[in-house]
Write a protein that binds this ligand. Structure first.
Ligand code: NAP
Length: 279
């Protein structure tokens, strides 16, 4: 059965989506990367993550082409840079993202990270106005640790944050100690970025051994381990249609207790709070 995650507004998304940081920027012919993304949508990876930062908008334009005619099938996520996170800057950045994506609304809009100048009340107020205007359906944050989330919760309306996108893969399990439980307790979906360890986990021998028993590949095991708890959406990026298909197997992959013990032995979970890893 396909694993799904519920957002606070009741919408459900697949627990596996598609990232796009390096897409649309010439690493491969456009047609191949567009085919990869459409293959993913066909296989149920309908949440697509992007950001104005990725290739200075080239990733959003790439997605606009890949989803042309299929907008209603996908859940689109984009992000605003902290340098644009004033009221005027967010409104302008959002319009530019919508234009590049060829759509009139985002399903989720995130603050990419915060810096020393970020005024959270202004960000929250502007995001809420974008919701009222129908330009975004929900909003969230990225690279926020527990302290940052608590600051956000003290801002009026801050508890309407739907998701926190953070670095999470088997080689970087720090969020399991405090942040992931905090998000679960407050109804915030966790979005796991760099879930394949930038591709490194696809070559892991322990994961490959577990995968053989399930008739899949190491990447599917790496991803299934992240999304097993119910409030995590992993967003692997793959520009190769075969990689996308391999990853999609994670959506319905049930790992056994023995599998999870072997994974914990190879990739130990955290035993104390670490500072949030940021890519
Ligand atoms: N919020 C943030 O600050 C933040 C930061 C980083 C990333 N992100 C988001 O998270 C997404 C994913 O993170 P990421 O791109 O850093 O890393 P990732 O998804 O961990 O790794 C991407 C790499 O893995 C390879 N790969 C994927 N599936 C594979 C498979 N089945 N077999 C072999 N290799 C495979 C891809 O190669 P191919 O392209 O050749 O398929 C690509 O080189 C980004 O694209 C972006 O949307 C957000």
């Amino acid at each position: 059965m396909t694993k799904r995650v519920a957002f606070p507004d009741g919408r459900q998304v697949p627990a596996l989506g598609q990232g796009s940081w390096h897409l649309g920027q010439g690493r491969r012919p456009h047609e191949i990367e567009e085919r990869a993304m459409r293959t993913g949508i066909d296989l149920g990876l309908t949440l697509i993550d992007t950001a104005e930062m990725y290739g200075n908008g080239l990733s959003e334009s790439h997605i606009g082409r890949a989803i042309a005619g299929r907008r209603d099938e996908v859940f689109l996520v984009s992000k605003v840079l902290p340098m644009n996170a004033s009221r005027a800057g967010i409104l302008k950045a959002c319009d530019a993202s919508l234009r590049r994506l060829g759509t009139d609304r985002l399903d989720l809009y995130l603050l990419h990270w915060q810096d020393g100048r970020t005024r959270l009340p202004e960000v929250v107020g502007t995001f809420e106005d974008l919701v009222s205007a129908g330009k975004i359906r929900a909003w969230g944050v990225s690279n926020f640790d527990v302290d940052d989330m608590e600051d956000l919760w003290r801002v009026p309306g801050g508890d309407r944050c739907a998701a926190n996108q953070v670095l999470y893969n088997l080689g970087s399990r720090g969020i399991e100690f405090a942040l992931a439980p905090w998000c679960a307790a407050h109804g915030v979906a966790v979005m796991a970025y760099t879930p394949m360890g930038s591709g490194r986990l696809s070559r892991d021998a322990v994961l490959a051994r577990i995968a053989r028993a399930h008739g899949c590949t190491a990447p599917a095991v790496a991803l299934a381990a992240l999304i097993r708890r119910g409030n995590v959406v992993a967003i692997p990026e793959a520009g190769d249609p075969e990689h996308v298909a391999a990853n999609a197997r994670a959506l319905a992959l049930g790992l056994t207790d023995d599998d999870l013990r072997a994974i914990d032995a190879a990739f130990p979970p955290p035993d104390r709070k670490h500072p949030l890893d940021i890519l």
